[in-house]
Design a protein around this ligand. Structure first.
Ligand SMILES: *[C@@H]1O[C@H](CO)[C@@H](O)[C@H](O)[C@H]1NC(C)=O
Ligand SMILES: *[C@@H]1O[C@H](CO)[C@@H](O)[C@H](O)[C@H]1NC(C)=O
Ligand SMILES: *[C@@H]1O[C@H](CO)[C@@H](O)[C@H](O)[C@H]1NC(C)=O
Length: 451
């Protein structure tokens, strides 16, 4: 079964994966010459036959969806890629055609110059948001382990949703005096550089989970090359692995447009959770930044960042932009899918979901003309934001949910947004949820590195 499954991935688009696949095939042939392996081979073939029958019976779509979500690598553009490449591969062609997601036209400003920020843009809800640096509890006396996310009580959590002058938990909570940091430690020089950034494009690879995909240089304007910080956060292991593959940072710590920033003392054992720190907390990591763009490592940036800010924020008068999920809009469906594909500990998912239901999370109603969002489930691999108080607050709140509950941020997005809105009925949070097909148009989608 393994070679067949790999075959499915191998046909996709990475030559590396394909090579791996070939190696695997050779290995099988080599092995077959050894009499002791014949029995194994027999079982593999039997299994493959059974597997084909299963596919024929239940339809490829089901199988395919399983792979797609489980691996989190076969996203829709890949589906298209598969159906093209499958002509030359031995793939069940017609069944692959079912789930296709295409990019759609994004009307970007046609300009060689940097777009100019509209004078009226920063007219968003104003308040002063501060962040908890050190908690007021005596952690060492009570034998409480200091945590990066702190120890927010439910009462503090409730309070934190108010869009008023206040101090909230937002990661980077230090331990008590004289004890090692709670994590996400950065080099002084990197920190100094990051402090200068006013517009940031950032991404991360922790735990060698992906390849390094450089932004398409010819699509990035000279202005952006000179004025936008492109930051790729990695851990040491990832850096070592990238270096072995020939991606070595130069004397300016850069690989192409990416400046590589090594994070040590990772705050969570769960690499996905660690990845949420740069994803959500760019306003903490880049204190001078006015705008930031987040890009999952599976995406290659294929559009100039200033044009993206113009398109998603300025033109829409939005302070936060994220795309909707390409198939799921209701958190109920998302929960089911997460469990079906064993994305996370089921008990933990249930705890989170029950908590949200008891706090009024509604089902998504597509027929409601006044629904506050086109979907309660985002495709959060691409986020554009202005660092306004409301946008920063939302980022902190969303991060706190991921810190408290599961790292599956698609489960907490809708709840966090709706609760923020409900708590502050007279204060607008200008969130623009755009179509997933737009995300496909401005980035190039890959799959994550095969484990
Ligand atoms: C909130 O903070 C701002 C800036 O620090 C200040 O000007 C304003 O008066 C404060 N508002 C309230 C209600 O305290
Ligand atoms: C990074 O990893 C390499 C290889 O495992 C090791 O030699 C080096 O000391 C590590 N550096 C840090 C800062 O941990
Ligand atoms: C799953 O989550 C529950 C509740 O958070 C926890 O008690 C349990 O130990 C977890 N199980 C595993 C296998 O991690």
């Amino acid at each position: 079964m393994l070679p067949e499954r790999r075959g499915v991935f191998g046909g996709l688009d990475q030559s590396k994966v394909a090579d791996q696949n070939n190696d695997y095939g050779l290995l099988a042939v080599r092995r077959s010459r050894r009499p002791g392996r014949m029995r194994l081979l027999f079982w593999i073939f039997s299994f493959a036959a059974l597997f084909s029958i299963c596919i024929a019976t239940f339809g490829f779509k089901m199988f395919f969806h399983g792979v797609e979500e489980h691996q989190n690598i076969l996203t829709s553009t890949d589906v298209k890629a598969v159906s093209v490449e499958s002509k030359t591969m031995e793939q069940p062609k017609k069944k692959l055609r079912r789930a296709r997601f295409y990019p759609c036209k994004v009307e970007l400003q046609d300009s060689a110059e940097a777009p100019v920020e509209p004078k009226t843009f920063w007219k968003f809800v104003k308040f002063s948001l501060q962040y908890i640096v050190r908690e007021n509890i005596e952690t060492h006396v009570n034998h409480i382990t200091p945590r990066f996310g702190g120890h927010q009580t439910l009462e503090e959590r409730e309070q934190s949703f108010n869009a008023v002058n206040q101090t909230v938990h937002c990661g980077f909570v230090k331990g008590f005096e004289g004890v090692s940091n709670t994590g996400f430690d950065l080099d002084k020089e990197d920190k100094m550089y990051m402090n200068t950034c006013t517009v940031v494009v950032s991404s991360c690879i922790f735990g060698s989970s992906d390849f390094l995909r450089r932004p398409t240089s010819k699509m990035i304007s000279q202005y952006s090359k000179e004025n936008v910080c492109f930051i790729m956060f990695v851990d040491n292991d990832t850096l070592v692995k990238l270096s072995k593959e020939g991606s070595v940072p130069d004397e300016k710590r850069s690989i192409g447009l990416w400046r590589i920033v090594v994070v040590s003392n990772l705050p969570y054992d769960d690499m996905r959770k660690t990845g949420k720190v740069p994803k959500f907390l760019s306003h903490r990591l880049f204190p001078s930044a006015r705008y930031s763009i987040w890009l999952d490592s599976k995406l290659r940036l294929h559009t100039d960042p200033m044009l993206l800010i113009e398109h998603f924020l300025w033109r829409n008068k939005a302070e936060y932009a994220i795309s909707n999920h390409y198939t799921r809009h209701c958190v109920w469906d998302e929960v089911q899918q997460n469990k079906r594909l064993n994305k996370y500990n089921h008990t933990a998912i249930d705890q989170q979901f029950l908590f949200y239901q008891s706090d009024g999370l509604p089902k998504f109603d597509p027929s409601d003309p006044n629904k506050p969002l086109p979907s309660y489930v985002p495709e959060g691999s691409f986020i554009v934001r202005a660092h306004t108080p409301m946008s920063n607050l939302f980022s902190c709140l969303w991060f706190n949910e991921v810190d408290r509950f599961t790292s599956r941020d698609q489960l907490s997005f809708g709840y966090t947004f709706l609760k923020l809105k409900r708590t502050n009925p007279d204060k607008r949070f200008a969130l623009h949820m755009f179509k997933d097909c737009e995300r496909r148009a401005i980035t190039k989608l890959f799959h994550h590195r095969n484990p």
